[in-house]
Design a protein around this ligand. Structure first.
Ligand SMILES: *Cc1c(COP(=O)(O)O)cnc(C)c1O
Length: 458
């Protein structure tokens, strides 16, 4: 097999596609710390979580032991519309870089929502529908998650209410129209529809909003309306679980050609695509069957893993969501206006946080002008215009390939290309006009934010 020429793209047949998600927690010795109730600081119960999330998703959120979870048939069929995502050998990039490294990427931008978020959106919408609910509420910042969720909800005939961060609502009118095409209602946040929104508008009239505030509005609406639940596009363990379809497909495709990656790279916002991509490989590492070098890449302007602390923190600014033990910059930390909207989150998924604390993974932060330079270099040879978020992974993949050029090592590199950048041309424009900046928070700023972390009684 290994003598076979590796094609530019490795596809899977329908019958080769994964039929189960892989729950990485089952193979972890140190399990992620339990979620806490924000009012009592006690471990949250399934009943309490059930007020906010669907029953089946609560089970998945709290399941630390079941290694494989069946993907329901309806979701498998939906996946078949836009999956498998091709695994591409970046021959053209390798040639351009003149590197002996072998570079592969898994592209998740081949659907209208333009990113991997659809993998979890369809799962969350499915379980809501299955429970007999009328609809779901959510927030969206950059817009990828809101778009993915509206696509999933329209497929299942479920109502979808999206709170979109106001400045993004105004800056990205086309994202909003895609969501409305799929029948979602889109409200700029903060809004006068919720108590939280009214409070914030009173205090800060004219604010452009924030992700934390939009989350609080969506949660409030879900708990107030009969037959509605709240859904979230990243950070939670259930989201990471659904995203393992990325890594499982990649592993099946690589195994077909006896390819073993040495380095696996992903960008990290809340951690769902990275966790999903590395899951089956990390499982082998945890079980002592194989070794891989994992690298999480984050923006220098929002350096959660590289400069954050490992502590219990709120997942939202309104402090209504459960507390999670994670690497965090503090729930009040407002990152500068970096263009990788999907990576501007103060915390990190708790599974990845525990693995990082235990030394199973490396993290690097990169500055946004260097990221856009890598994005452009990639676009020019591989033909895909990448999302700013995804380009963080491209930047480090190129760095590693150039290291191989120096040492002559023929390492195999796999990275996650999470989405397309068509809705981010405003950011590309700033880059081309030379007006993009690289803001890096000072130690004092971070320290001030850490001091606002909740004090959990022992
Ligand atoms: C949301 C998003 C991310 C970051 O989210 P994770 O949960 O960390 O994966 C990365 N890339 C794109 C294109 C996104 O839309």
């Amino acid at each position: 097999m290994s003598s076979k020429k590796i094609p530019y793209k490795i596809y899977l047949d329908e019958n080769e596609m994964p039929k189960q998600w892989y729950n990485l927690r089952a193979d972890m010795i140190n399990k992620p710390a339990p979620l806490l109730n924000p009012a009592t600081f006690q471990p949250i119960t399934p009943e309490e979580l059930g007020d906010v999330f669907c029953e089946e998703l609560v089970k998945q959120e709290l399941d630390d032991t079941t290694p494989y979870i069946d993907i329901p048939e309806k979701i498998l069929n939906f996946y078949k519309m836009y999956r498998p995502a091709p695994l591409t050998r970046a021959y053209c990039l390798e040639e351009k870089l003149q590197t002996p490294a072998k570079i592969y990427y898994k592209f998740e931008g081949n659907n209208t929502s333009g990113s991997h978020k659809l993998n979890s959106a369809i799962a969350q919408a499915y379980y809501a529908k299955d429970q007999g609910l009328k609809g779901v509420t959510t927030e969206t910042g950059a817009g990828q998650w809101g778009t993915a969720l509206s696509m999933a909800c329209s497929y299942l005939d479920l109502d979808c209410k999206v709170y979109m961060v106001k400045c993004s609502y105004e800056q990205k009118p086309f994202r909003r129209e895609v969501m409305r095409t799929y029948g979602a209602s889109v409200t700029p946040s903060p809004s006068m529809e919720t108590e939280v929104g009214k409070r914030i508008l009173e205090k800060h009239p004219g604010t452009g909003g924030s992700l934390g505030c939009a989350i609080s509005e969506a949660v409030e609406t879900a708990t107030k309306l009969d037959g509605y639940r709240y859904v979230l596009g990243s950070v939670l363990n259930q989201v990471l679980l659904h995203q393992t379809v990325i890594g499982l497909e990649a592993k099946i495709a690589m195994d077909k050609y006896d390819i073993k990656p040495d380095i696996i790279i992903g960008c990290a916002g809340g951690g769902s695509n990275l966790g999903g991509l590395i899951a089956p490989f990390m499982g082998e590492k945890l079980r002592g069957e194989a070794d891989y070098h994992f690298i999480a890449v984050e923006p220098a302007s929002c350096p959660t893993l590289t400069r954050g602390v490992y502590a219990y923190d709120y997942c939202d600014t309104g402090m209504v969501c459960p507390l999670s033990k994670m690497y965090t910059l503090g729930s009040n930390f407002i990152p500068s206006a970096n263009h990788a909207g999907g990576l501007r989150y103060h915390g990190m998924n708790s599974i990845l946080s525990q693995l990082y604390a235990d030394g199973y993974m490396e993290a690097r932060s990169v500055e946004q002008t260097a990221v856009f330079k890598a994005a452009e270099e990639f676009a020019r040879v591989e033909g895909i215009l990448p999302a700013p978020e995804s380009s963080h992974a491209i930047k480090v993949a190129i760095d590693e390939a150039l290291k191989c050029k120096e040492t002559g090592e023929e390492k195999t590199i796999l990275f996650g290309l999470t989405g397309t950048g068509y809705f981010d041309m405003y950011a590309y424009e700033k880059f081309h006009n030379g007006v993009m900046t690289d803001y890096i928070p000072s130690d004092e700023e971070l320290q001030a934010s850490f001091e606002t972390l909740p004090k959990i009684p022992e």
